[in-house]
Design a protein around this ligand. Structure first.
Ligand SMILES: Cc1ncc(COP(=O)(O)O)c(C=O)c1O
Length: 445
């Protein structure tokens, strides 16, 4: 019998864990190394979501292991008003990577970084309305959750006063189209801001955006969109906050995704990838904004602000990204993965769309390509088949969209591992389709 079927483990899990979203995977994970996690039978499972989109360097990277061991023995945590060298050094390194964003606050989680960013935007502008995309995810705490529209809004009482949303541009399912059927994002953005203006009480503080909406189904802001969005913000005296929890630190083939667009936000938040699996996040802003916030008494005092242990990890992450040329690698391996997934689209009618950038890609599963009708059932079947075959892929299910696989392996993934993943995806599509024989699966030539 498989050790994953340890009845005592699952009974205790059922009895004592609070379920916080979705079902648990049917395996007990004992360890992880590189691009794989290992279950209780020591079966390797290729991790195509880098843990929770965070393990940028793969699991248990030797540099992270040695940094944690060294730093935890030296100094891990301090009184929040005390400074240590790793904190100041990481701030300096990050500032050098993001010109103009010279001031840095180091925190623990993505939600927390967005709380701090929004809090700062409110204080600096003296206003409180926050606009976000309708398929956004910025975190599960208060104000970050108020700016999160892809899930979890119902049942928790009022969102923050002044929470507004605009549609996220979706090239696969455009709401506004040019004559050739392609997405007319400029008209969509203009229309959206007309609505923002009519709802606003004159207190617009900031727009918070992901450059590629990940939990929203890998929706990439088209080229030119960010600049146009920044213009909309400027016209209204709003700050632009970019949340690069998933896109930051090389994943898209740039150190930060905004660099493709030549747009520097007023405030940038980083999390997930900067700690490569350990809890580290950062807020970055300009000296002018930080001075203004400080003059107005900016307060964001937390237990783990400026802790030396995660800061040392952040420094090790930046070192490895540089030494192993992982930004370039995200670009080249991303191109290879994109080509592999696109060939699956040629073969299987149910692969409606392949999109994304670098090593942050999305594959949308549909009933048929022409109508683009969502197929959540098939998506779930493919995900289950893949897991059985040793590949972990996250699927997001959103109303009005098909199941979208979010594919974001570690930037350290090898060619062989990438090929293995593509092979398992193809086999899993075949198996998922076979279990659902009423539908045509193979793409028409
Ligand atoms: C873009 C984005 N921002 C913020 C968060 C929240 O981060 P955390 O879960 O670390 O609070 C997430 C988490 O999935 C995210 O994807």
């Amino acid at each position: 019998m498989s050790r994953n079927q340890d009845r005592g483990f699952w009974n205790a899990a059922q009895k004592h864990l609070i379920r916080y979203g979705g079902a648990f995977e049917p395996a007990i994970i004992e360890r992880a190394a590189g691009s794989f996690v290992y279950d209780a039978d020591d079966k390797p499972i290729l991790d195509f979501t880098s843990g929770q989109m965070s393990a940028l360097l793969g699991h248990s990277h030797p540099r992270i292991v040695s940094t944690v061991s060294r730093q935890v023995g030296q100094v891990a945590h301090l009184f929040s008003g005390m400074l240590s060298r790793p904190v100041v050094e990481l701030a300096e390194r990050l500032a050098a990577l993001a010109p103009r964003l010279d001031r840095v606050l180091l925190l623990s989680t993505g939600a927390e970084s967005n709380e701090a960013a929004i809090r700062m935007a409110k204080l600096v502008t003296g206003k409180h309305e926050i606009v976000a995309f309708s398929k956004s995810w910025h975190g599960m705490t208060g104000v970050a959750a108020s700016a999160t529209y892809s899930a979890g809004r119902k049942g928790y009482g009022p969102a923050a006063v002044g929470s507004l949303a605009i549609p996220a541009p979706n090239s696969f399912r455009p709401r506004f189209k040019h004559a050739d059927g392609s997405l007319d994002w400029q008209t969509e953005l203009d229309d959206a801001f007309d609505l923002v203006d009519s709802q606003s009480t004159g207190n617009l503080a900031a727009f918070v955006a992901e450059p590629i909406l990940s939990s929203g189904g890998i929706l990439e802001l088209p080229q030119g969109y960010l600049a146009a969005l920044q213009q909309k913000c400027r016209e209204r005296g709003m700050l632009l906050i970019l949340d690069e929890a998933q896109t930051g630190i090389g994943r898209t083939g740039h150190m930060f995704a905004f660099q493709r667009d030549g747009v520097t936000p007023d405030i940038l938040t980083l999390s997930k990838t900067i700690g490569a699996g350990l809890p580290l996040s950062a807020v970055m802003t300009t000296a002018e904004i930080e001075e203004e916030a400080h003059a107005k008494g900016f307060l964001f005092y937390t237990t783990h602000v400026s802790d030396p242990l995660p800061a040392a990890v952040g420094l090790a992450v930046l070192d490895v990204v540089e030494e192993e040329k992982l930004v370039e690698r995200a670009r080249s391996m991303g191109a290879k993965l994109f080509a592999g997934l696109s060939s699956l689209k040629q073969r299987y009618e149910c692969v409606g769309d392949v999109r994304g950038r670098g090593l942050l890609l999305g594959v949308e599963i549909v009933k048929d390509r022409k109508e683009r009708a969502p197929d959540h059932q098939l998506g779930a079947a493919i995900a289950a088949e893949a897991f059985r075959r040793g590949l972990s892929m996250n699927i997001v299910k959103l109303p009005g969209m098909g199941g979208v696989f979010r594919i974001a392996p570690p930037l350290t993934i090898s060619d062989e591992e990438l090929d293995l993943g593509l092979k398992i995806i193809a086999e899993s599509i075949e198996a998922g389709l076979a279990a659902n024989t009423s539908r045509p699966g193979i793409a028409a030539e």
